[in-house]
Design a protein. Structure first.
Length: 135
């Protein structure tokens, strides 16, 4: 009850109140991606050499399933990880990024492989590779 005094006698007016509880997701209730070594410098690579396979590990360090929604590889690169894979809390999987050396001419190369996930904090995880292609 709220008591108002308006120049004169006091009047009691019933007051109704409510409380709204809004649940805000915490980091602990979400998927969270972790990738080993997200930058790799392959240094000097011969133009005529075989493809290079670089191994990576992706982990779910969150508390819900981590889903790989999509993978974007630039020309000359492939990824052995498949979209649609789901990793439960604490699980990990190894995969390779393959650099097709014959696809590149002499000079510096730089490529970014993008993994789209359901991690709300980092939905796009980038893996960067660089090298110098020599004759």
């Amino acid at each position: 009850t709220l008591k108002l005094i308006v120049q004169g006698p006091s009047v009691s007016i019933p007051l109704t109140s409510f409380v709204a509880i809004v649940e805000v997701p915490s980091e602990e209730s979400e998927a969270k991606v972790s990738i080993s070594n997200s930058y790799q410098n392959l240094k000097d690579i011969r133009e005529s050499s075989e493809d290079r396979k670089i191994e990576y590990t992706i982990r779910n360090i969150g508390h819900k399933s981590l889903i790989i929604r999509d993978i974007d590889c630039p020309n000359g690169f492939d990824c052995t990880l498949s979209k649609g894979i789901s990793l439960e809390q604490g699980h990990m999987i190894n995969f390779f990024i393959i650099l097709h050396v014959s696809h590149f001419k002499e000079g510096r190369l730089f490529g970014v492989v993008k993994l789209m996930t359901n991690d709300p904090e980092y939905p796009v995880k980038e893996i960067m590779l660089s090298a110098k292609v020599i004759r």
